[in-house]
Structure formats: C-alpha cells, structure tokens
Design a protein around this ligand. Structure first.
Ligand SMILES: [Zn+2]
Length: 413
C-alpha cells in the first residue's frame, strides 16, 4: 500500500515543478536545452522525477528497458490493466523547456489534484517516463516504447551508436543497467490498461481554435532515412573542379530534391535537418557526407513514394558527381489513429475540448498499436517546437494538468 502524502502537502503547480529543473541541461551554444538520453542532465532529471514521485508517496521502479514508473495505488490493486500517464524528459539538441517535461510535471500535479478531490481509485495510476523519445542520441525516436512493445529488436537497439561512436549497449552499461535485458516486456506492457500522454502542442492548432487544451486524433506517419554519399577526399586548392568527386555537392542536390518532392505531394513534409561531412574541414573536399532525411504524410504509401523519389534524385546527383549513395531506413512509424472510443470519452469529460491531429511522433502513438491510448495537447502560444522558442502560458499549463486529472479520474472511477 502506498503511504498517504505528507500532511499539508498542497501540491505544486506545473510551473513550480518545471521551475525546479529550469537550469538542468541548458545549452549555452544552441540556446534552450540539450538533454540527450543517459547524459548527466537527463539522469539529473530522472533523479528529480524519482524524488518528486517519492515525495508524493508513489512507488518507483525502473524496468529493464529503462522506463521509470511511479505508482499511486491506494487500494493495493493488481498493477495489470492500470491507467498510465507520462511522457519523456530527454530533448532534441537546443530544444524547448516543455516538450516532454510538461507531460511529466502535469502527471505529478494530476496525482495531487486527484488526491485533493478525494478520489480513491480502485485501480492503480502509473506515471511513466520513457527514455530516448526524441531519438536525438541514438537516432531511433520512441526507443523506450518501441523496445517495450517489441517494435524494435534488442539486437538492433544495442548496435545503435551515438555521434561519438558510443554504442547503446555501452551507454546502457555505463548507466548501471544491464543491456542483456532489453526487449519486449509483456509483463510491463500488461500493466498499461489505458495510456494518456499530455504534451505541449507542436503547432498552431490551439492558437487558431483559441482553446487551452485539445484531445489528439492521430499522429502523422513518419520516418528517418540516412543518405550516405561517398566521394573522394582531397585538397580544396590543389584539386581542379573537373577532377572532383564531391559528396557535399550530391547531398546539396538531395536537400533540394526533398523540398521539391514534398511540395509536389499535398500534406507531405520532408526535412534534412542534419548533415555531417567527413572529415569536415573548410579547405577539404569531403570524402563522405551523411544526411538524415525526415519524411511525413498521413498516407504511408505517399511517404514511401516521396522517399523513393528523393532517393532516386539523390542517386542521380551522386552518379553525376562520381559518388556512391547508400540509403538506409533508420526508423518508420505508420500513421497512428488514437482509440476513437477513448478519444470521444475524453472529449466529453473535458466539456467538448477540440480534437486535433499532430505531425509530431510520440510514445503514445507507439503504444496506440498495443493498448487504448490517448493524448492531450496544451496550447503553445508561439506554435514553435524543437526550439528554445517553444512556450506554454502558466495558466494553460495548470488548465492542462487539471484536464489530465479529470481525464484520469474518469478512467479510474
Ligand atoms: Zn515530446
């Protein structure tokens, strides 16, 4: 049985909780936050989460895929089929303060609200924190939920490397976890009867609707592909233009092809946000360039067509430059539709909150393929995300946590 909260604990606000981690993982060079999975800053955030959960008398455990769970279980119920909420604490490089932590802080505050409302659920409520949601260190987004559900094979996960060449297996071991135990975890998955993730909105939907909170309808299908161009490294001054095999030139053509191909298909989005020339010297013709392509579309067949088109044009550009091209799919998530019955129930208990689709991936979308899942979005007044400009008004943050508490109350009782 979980002990009661400390007497007189009025509960923190979401803004107060986020204020406690406002200095963790700041990135002076990029602005905003860089909190890659298993880094010092991400571990500090996890320690903060554990402390906050324990302060609330929640029972904390970390499973073999590195997912942290905090349980409020006043009735001592079997954990199978529980109601679970949560999000992630890792960030993209130079990310904002809310993508991930808003959902975690709101989940903790929602527990306070449920207690203050005098709710004693017969089922347990779990707060989960998923590792490497952004995929910003090892390249596969929603790594924790993909491992949990078996969508990512442990063998493939263990071989993933970060930009410094450290494998996931090494990083896992250094963090004191056993990499041999990664993989589908039916017992942990069975604990999730229903999953609800609250997240800052990553677009302008709620600004246009003039509402603080929405219920999600779907997550756009999306994937990541690595385009590796190999040419010939050489001297920038001594090599005649006619003699060059420059992979940067071929990669540049691929970037333009991505823009043109996405524009040619309605609702498609294609982005090259990361390009790494090797060796990367100003007076050096690169020998190799890796470019990462992100493509999204509601229709998975169109996503595949856009990627094929870009790959073909990149291959042409590589041939024209005397370079080789290898395209590798690093991850793909089909368009995910959240459980319609659950979505309608939440819309009803949240007094007709608007329903919005999103172009951003989430652990809730991975889980939606396995258990009834839902998401709540909180208004972002800049409409900008994955950037220091991402924002949430204090009042909207509190309204979001209260809405999450209402949704959880409905599911728990
Ligand atoms: Zn996120």
């Amino acid at each position: 049985m979980t002990p009661p909260p400390p007497a007189g604990n009025r509960g923190d606000t979401v803004t107060e909780l986020l204020g406690q981690i406002a200095d963790t993982g700041r990135d002076a060079a990029r602005g905003g936050y860089s909190r890659p999975v298993l880094s010092g800053s991400e571990r500090d955030l996890l320690a903060w989460f554990v402390e906050q959960a324990q302060r609330r008398g929640l029972d904390v455990d970390v499973d073999r895929n590195g997912i942290a769970w905090a349980w409020w279980n006043p009735s001592g119920a079997d954990l199978r089929g529980s109601v679970v909420t949560g999000s992630h604490l890792d960030s993209v490089p130079g990310g904002g303060a809310f993508d991930g932590p808003l959902g975690v802080a709101s989940a903790l505050v929602a527990v306070d609200h449920l207690r203050a409302r005098g709710i004693t659920p017969s089922r347990a409520l779990g707060v989960a924190v998923f590792p490497e949601e952004e995929g910003s260190r090892f390249g596969v987004a929603c790594l924790g939920s993909r491992l949990l559900t078996g969508e990512l094979a442990p063998k493939r996960a263990l071989a993933l490397t970060d930009p410094d060449g450290t494998t996931l297996a090494e990083a896992w071991g250094r963090a004191g976890m056993d990499p041999a135990h990664l993989g589908r975890d039916d017992e942990a998955l069975a604990r999730i009867g229903t999953f609800v993730e609250l997240h800052v909105e990553q677009g302008r939907g709620l600004i246009d609707l003039d509402a603080p909170v929405a219920v999600a309808s779907s997550v756009l299908g999306h994937g990541r592909w690595r385009l590796s161009f190999t040419g010939e490294g050489n001297h920038a001054g001594a090599t005649l233009m006619a003699d060059r095999r420059d992979p940067v030139v071929a990669a540049a053509a691929a970037v333009l092809a991505a823009r043109q191909s996405a524009l040619a298909h309605a609702d498609a989005r294609a982005t090259v946000g990361r390009i790494v020339p090797v060796p990367g010297g100003t007076n050096v013709i690169a020998s190799r360039v890796d470019a990462w392509l992100d493509v999204r579309h509601p229709d998975d067949a169109v996503t595949a067509a856009v990627v094929a088109e870009i790959s073909e044009r990149a291959a042409e550009a590589a041939r024209a430059e005397g370079c080789e091209l290898v395209v590798t799919q690093e991850s793909f998530s089909a368009t995910a539709h959240f459980d319609g019955v659950l979505r309608d129930r939440l819309t009803r208990v949240l007094s007709g909150a608007p329903v919005l689709a999103t172009g951003a991936g989430h652990d809730a979308a991975v889980l939606a393929g396995h258990v009834p899942s839902a998401m709540l979005f909180v208004r972002n007044p800049t409409g900008v995300s994955h950037s220091p400009a991402e924002a949430v008004e204090d009042d909207d943050a509190e309204q979001g946590a209260a809405a999450l508490a209402t949704a959880l109350e409905h599911l728990l009782t």
